[in-house]
Design a protein around this ligand. Structure first.
Ligand code: SAH
Length: 341
């Protein structure tokens, strides 16, 4: 059986042509899928015979809502979705001044092993299909009634470890006949799988590449992010340089501030040097406390001093506003709680 939701309109047209069907039928089916239907019987403008034929060849993957939490502080919504095979992933809907943003997962679990992250605790189960990622966006919008304008791939998983499916998802969600979300409204976050950077740059997508840097030197970074071992900060920064040169798109560095680990003036100065070299914008994030972890967020004074060093060095640095603190909105926490039950 073929997953019909992972197919692009052009591929559907070809498939319908091969079935001896007119092209407009493919358009009708893609339309229904974009409206969120989960069965061929709901596609009422298709002849019954065709619906039966489709049922024999295709499946329509869908998500079921296992849990929904709404923050009383800021309206952030967090979903725990059940996938067709019984696994679960999280999706968060956030309201920023610039627009409504959905944060989606790209894998069930993660194998990158970052020491401060809740998503990696059980390892990687599997990667998500393009359809499943699309459904995270589509069903979050339909269920919440919040029109989604922006997407960040910052939920559970490492998008560059699921490269082909993520590329196809981006084509689907960006398609003018589908949800039509602009590439400039999409951010892809990576822990730095540098071997994929050139491959990504070759697509010349207008999305924003966010690099989870979290430490500017090998000693600190390899301690908290195993992905740094065998690659190294220098390799990462030069990959960023090449990415910027090839795409003309500014990279942003994510930097979760951890008390006594990566928040000294030494770290700030080295970070400033890297940021200037690639023209990167720096997002400082107070670490979200994860139960299993010994790490604590940096003190506000340390964050201020850190930000000042960056600003004095001419680097654009902002402190990210924390949303959904009362609903465990940071990644991996809800799925982990489910697994523990
Ligand atoms: N694997 C990708 C995307 C998912 S993580 C990546 O590493 O970028 C999304 C972001 O949340 C990353 O920047 C990640 O480092 C950060 N993050 C993970 N755990 C965190 C925590 N406890 N506090 C703050 N940020 C965290």
């Amino acid at each position: 059986m073929t997953d019909i939701r992972s197919m692009l309109p052009e591929e559907l047209e070809q498939a319908f042509k091969d079935m001896g069907q007119p092209k407009y039928r493919a358009g009708q089916v893609f339309d229904w899928l974009t409206r969120g239907v989960s069965s061929f019987d709901e596609m009422t403008n298709l002849p019954k015979g065709l619906r039966e034929e489709l049922k024999n060849e295709y499946v329509i993957p869908m998500l079921t809502c296992l849990k929904k939490q709404v923050s009383r502080e800021d309206g952030t919504i967090k979903y725990l979705w059940e996938l067709p095979d019984g696994n679960a992933v999280e999706t968060v809907v956030m309201r920023y001044r610039y627009g409504n943003t959905v944060c989606i997962s790209s894998q069930v679990g993660c194998r990158q092993g970052c020491a401060f992250c809740a998503s990696t605790i059980g390892g990687l189960v599997r990667s998500l299909t393009p359809a499943e990622m699309l459904c995270e966006v589509l069903y979050s919008q339909l269920e919440s009634g919040v029109p989604i304008g922006h997407i960040v791939l910052m939920g559970i998983g490492e998008p560059l470890d699921n490269f082909d499916n993520v590329m196809r998802f981006l084509q689907l969600v960006n398609h003018p006949k589908g949800m039509n979300i602009g590439m400039r409204h999409i951010s892809l976050s990576t822990c730095g799988l540098t071997e994929k950077f050139d491959k990504l740059a070759a697509y010349h997508l207008q999305l924003t590449l966010s690099v989870s840097l979290h430490a500017p030197d090998d000693e600190t970074r390899s301690k908290i992010m195993p992905a740094n071992r065998g690659r190294g900060v220098e390799e990462l920064i030069s990959a960023c340089e090449r990415y910027y040169a090839e795409t003309g798109r500014r990279i942003s560095f994510e930097y979760a501030m951890i008390d006594g680990v990566n928040d000294t003036p030494y770290h700030a100065e080295l970070l400033a040097k890297h940021a200037r070299r690639v023209g990167a914008h720096v997002n400082l994030i107070p670490l979200n406390h994860v139960e299993e972890s010994r790490f604590e967020p940096s003190k506000p004074e340390a964050m201020k001093a850190f930000q000042k060093i960056l600003k004095d060095a001419g680097v654009n640095a902002t402190v990210r506003r924390k949303l959904g603190g009362d609903i465990d909105a940071s990644c991996g926490q809800l799925r982990k709680k489910l697994a523990e039950k």
